[in-house]
Design a protein around this ligand. Structure first.
Ligand SMILES: [Zn+2]
Ligand SMILES: [Zn+2]
Length: 178
């Protein structure tokens, strides 16, 4: 999906709304289970072209503790902007407003053409959690036998307390002895 921004770039104060409804596919290796929907509003403020709005979709993720697959709603806010500048091709000619893409802007512009599919893809990628959890209280898998501890305790012995605290306790004991 590509969006031509030439028209809005020429008119200061102009606004344009765009309803996003892209078919489900996958982003990176993450299956998208629903269409990607949302709304984007483009505003020409004179110096800037603002892009504001939101996107939502349901994705399938793998819990980082217990490895089960689960559905997760993703909601991301879009807040981007790009500079506008009036440039005359020749002196005395009526200046044409041109979009000035910047290094590091996230709009994927080619001239005045916005690559909307790429913008949407990138927005969703950055809103994916790094360590997804199917439940914030997920107990994870037993490191010894691999049993899913959400289903119940296994018979393996488990060290008491967090390993980091155990290490700290040993360190404190050593300091006291010294
Ligand atoms: Zn889990
Ligand atoms: Zn176990």
């Amino acid at each position: 999906m590509r969006l031509d921004l030439t028209e809005i770039a020429q008119h200061v104060g102009k606004q344009m709304s765009y309803q996003v409804d892209e078919p489900a596919s996958s982003i990176e290796d993450v299956p998208v289970l629903s269409p990607i929907q949302g709304n984007l509003r483009f505003t020409n403020t004179g110096d800037l072209l603002l892009v504001r709005g939101f996107l939502h979709a349901t994705v399938q993720m793998e819990c980082s503790r217990c490895l089960r697959l689960f559905e997760m709603p993703l909601l991301c806010e879009v807040e981007e902007q790009v500079e506008l500048r009036a440039v005359a091709a020749r002196p005395h000619e009526h200046p044409q407003v041109t979009i000035i893409p910047e290094e590091g802007d996230n709009l994927f512009l080619e001239g005045n053409i916005l690559d909307l599919s790429e913008l949407i893809r990138q927005m969703l990628i950055v809103s994916l959690p790094i360590k997804p959890l199917h439940d914030p209280k997920c107990k994870g898998l037993c490191p010894t036998c691999g049993a899913d501890l959400n289903e119940g305790e296994c018979s393996c012995e488990r060290p008491v307390g967090h390993p980091a605290f155990a290490a700290l306790a040993r360190l404190l004991a050593q300091m006291e002895e010294a």
